[in-house]
Design a protein around this ligand. Structure first.
Ligand code: ZN
Ligand code: ZN
Ligand code: FE
Length: 757
């Protein structure tokens, strides 16, 4: 008799009925059951059959299952006479991995579009291979009473499917049909029911008429409108107070997507995957009727396929590409409850398409790019709460993450449960979402942290939360430097310990000297780091104001590197309001409200403003992104601008005066912003290589890690990787975890594990 333990995502994904089939095929007797820690199987039969069964377990597992470990031990025969599915067993303190929500499978899709099926046009159709999971789970083990489906009494026909081991819906906890399951409701902007025969048809007609609809999805509300209507999009932008930040678009099929965007085979695979993320695709502006207002000044369009039956039905009936952006006011978390949506989104949405299946966990759409391999930009739906696997057994740690694009991370055993994207921690609502989600993860994975890790920035809400929670419970508190966390997050997802040269380029991170870092070269491993180099410091005139107004950064570089008397004649920044200019000059001169920064993000901002691309922004990194967008697809070889490297007490500093002088000259000579952008990107790549070469020689290190939000810049990433590889470095980059601050918490947890006693 073989006793088999299977660990991974093996519950709620049709694993037991799957086990049932090969057991019968190979003529084996015994049983299978769920426990709170694994799936247990006992099988008896001849040796070859057991061997084949074990092979099938891993090779033929159902699409949503993620097998982490299969262990088999052999024991005396017990004499089973049949193969059965046993009752689940709950064991104290044990936990299972929880499946993310998964896009509608092909079988379910077929049902909702076939007029004779009992689930024809039913928007909540799902099965063990697809549908909501994480967003409806209140506790484990994953059974219907512990999900938000508990309020729906299952009908006899659905129950029959649920109980039949050979049915696709065997033990599908959210199983439902039009007779017994959740239903839709269409309300007007004031919350009054709209008189209509069919909510989907009525909603589709409204979308076609240019209305803005709040549509309840898996993990929250979307705001939807016709993506070809500039008028609808502008109305949405004005009401949501999101002036130019790009919006995601949902398009019915791959064939349809290809009319608007270039799609590589890897991108297609990702779009069609069960995770179904938003993928940033190269936009064919000329041949696309999607309004440029969806993503002003950008060459990429964020596109996803429909991932719930409701989406499929809406997309088919409207026949339009639809803007599908998170249902919130800028900066706030995505709305999830019906009354909450009516309250928060009234004034934004003209109509509400609601349903009565409650959402337990807020869950935004994930965003990916494919640059060689898929890389997470925002990790949420379809991915969280599946863990990142650690190459060591971890203590139980809560890492609280950073401020923008916050995620937290809870560790236990070899699992790092990196939360879904929480949002920008700038308000009460997001802080609540953060705290509630921590509680949910602690409960689902039975984690009681002994250590709390946090960013050194004293003003981050996540830091304040950590200090309060940690001191209240007497836990040990470990501060982790922001850029060290960036580098370690990349190291650990690549399962490399270091030391490496970590290039951490981002907008803002609190340094150990109290200045704002962001153009950092660290000699780092999981435990500690040494800052061996950085971009030279310049003042941030007006602090936060300098981030929102890149022209302030341009002035800062010009005046502090080229001298107070530097004349702005002939430059776009000279057109500034003279009073503001005078104030900035005085600020710089006296150092009032001028914290120092070595930020690479601010360097990109300054160049963007100086080249006349963008002087003021309304979303993060806009100036840098628009600068990057000016460069051609096929990157030609290019000259670069001068820079120098000086060493002071073992730390190398990149001096940028030469670079700015050269760009000033180019602007005065009316060289195009596109050429300046290209040369500048080449220069930054050269700075990286030059610094790494100098440091690697001394440290005897040949590996380089690239992390930090600046590496979302695909051109820079490509140039830096190529240049480093030419020099013989091996280069590690992010794939599972965002290179932006969404990855910080993972790095914090790992550093805390190794640096605490
Ligand atoms: Zn399905
Ligand atoms: Zn039913
Ligand atoms: Fe950062």
């Amino acid at each position: 008799m073989a006793r088999i333990s299977v660990r991974g995502v093996v519950q709620g994904v049709g694993f037991r009925p799957f086990v049932y089939r090969p057991a019968r095929e190979h003529g084996l007797m015994g049983w299978v059951r769920n426990t709170s820690g694994n799936v247990e199987i006992e099988v008896e039969g001849n040796e070859e059959a057991v061997g084949n069964f074990l092979t099938d377990l891993e090779a033929k597992a159902p699409p949503m299952a993620r097998i982490e470990k299969v262990e088999a031990t052999f024991h005396p025969v017990k004499g089973y006479t049949q193969f059965q599915i046993w009752e689940s067993l709950s064991r104290e303190g044990q936990y299972q991995l929880v499946s993310p929500d998964i896009a509608t499978c092909d079988d379910c899709k077929k049902e909702i579009f076939s007029p004779t099926d009992r689930r024809f046009r039913y928007p909540f159709t799902n099965c063990t291979n697809c549908g909501p999971r994480f967003t409806i789970i209140e506790d484990i083990p994953y059974d219907r009473p512990k999900t938000t489906m508990h309020k729906f009494d299952i009908c006899p026909r659905c129950q029959q499917e649920y109980a039949d081991p050979l049915d696709r819906r065997f033990h599908a906890q959210p199983n439902a049909c039009p007779q017994c399951g959740p239903s839709l409701e269409l309300l007007d902007g004031d919350g009054n029911p709209v008189d209509c025969r069919d909510g989907i048809t009525a909603a589709s007609d409204l979308l076609k008429a240019g209305k803005i609809l709040a549509v309840k999805g898996l993990g929250g509300f979307h705001l939807a409108c016709d993506a070809t209507s500039e008028e609808a999009i502008n109305a949405l932008r004005a009401r949501k107070r999101r002036l130019s930040k790009p919006l995601a678009v949902m398009i019915a099929t791959i064939k349809e997507i290809k009319k608007h965007c270039l799609v590589s085979p890897e991108e297609r695979k990702l779009l069609e995957s069960p995770q179904c993320p938003i993928v940033l695709l190269r936009w064919k502006h000329g041949s696309s009727n999607i309004s440029p207002a969806v993503a002003p000044n950008l060459n990429y369009l964020g596109v996803m396929l429909p991932y719930t039956p409701l989406h499929h039905l809406l997309l088919t009936e409207t026949g339009l590409p639809l803007v599908m952006t998170s249902g919130n006011l800028s900066e706030e978390p995505i709305a999830k409850d019906n009354d909450e949506a009516l309250r928060r989104l009234s004034g934004i949405a003209d109509y509400f398409l609601l349903h009565n299946r409650d959402i337990f966990a807020r869950y935004d759409d994930s965003v990916y790019i494919v640059e060689g391999m898929p890389q997470a930009v925002r990790r949420a739906r379809g991915y969280a709460p599946y863990p990142i696997f650690l190459p060591f057994r971890s203590k139980q740690i809560l890492a609280c993450g950073a401020e923008l694009k916050n995620t937290f991370c809870l560790t236990k055993d070899e699992h790092a449960f990196l939360s879904q994207h929480i949002g920008d921690m700038e308000n009460e609502e997001t802080l609540d979402h953060f705290e509630n989600t921590i509680k949910l993860y602690e409960k689902l994975f039975r984690i009681e942290p002994e250590i709390i890790a946090y960013d050194m920035h004293p003003e981050y809400l996540a830091t304040k939360y950590a200090l309060q929670a940690g001191s209240g419970q007497g836990l040990s508190l470990v501060p982790v430097q922001h850029h060290h966390a960036h580098i370690v997050s990349c190291l650990v997802e690549n399962k490399v310990e270091g030391p490496v040269i970590g290039v951490a380029f981002d907008g803002t991170g609190y340094g150990t000297d109290g200045t704002i870092w962001g153009g950092e070269f660290l000699l780092a491993d999981w435990r500690s780091f040494q800052r061996v180099g950085h971009l030279e410091y310049v003042p941030l005139p007006g602090g936060e104001a300098a981030i929102k107004k890149p022209y302030r950064m341009a002035l800062s570089y010009l005046y502090s590197l080229l001298g107070e008397d530097f004349t702005l004649d002939g430059l776009p920044v000279s057109k500034l309001n003279p009073t503001e200019l005078e104030i900035i000059k005085q600020q710089l001169k006296r150092g009032v409200n001028c914290p120092l920064t070595s930020s690479a993000g601010r360097l990109f901002d300054a160049v963007s403003a100086l080249a006349g691309v963008r002087g003021e922004i309304d979303y993060e990194a806009q100036a840098a992104i628009e600068l990057e967008m000016l460069t051609p697809d096929e990157v030609p070889e290019s000259e670069s601008y001068p820079f120098s490297i000086v060493e002071h007490q073992g730390v190398r500093v990149v001096k940028l005066g030469g670079l700015f002088l050269a760009i000033v000259q180019e602007v005065k000579n009316q060289v195009t912003a596109s050429v300046i952008s290209l040369k500048f990107h080449h220069t930054v790549a050269q700075i990286i290589v030059e610094m790494c070469r100098l440091m690697a020689r001394e440290a005897g290190v040949t590996q380089v890690v690239l992390s930090g939000g600046v590496f979302q810049n695909r051109l820079l990433l490509k140039l830096a990787i190529a240049a480093l590889q030419r020099e013989g470095f091996s280069v590690l980059t992010h794939h599972l975890v965002p290179c932006n601050d969404g990855g910080i918490s993972l790095g914090q947890a790992v550093v805390a594990h190794f640096s605490s006693k």
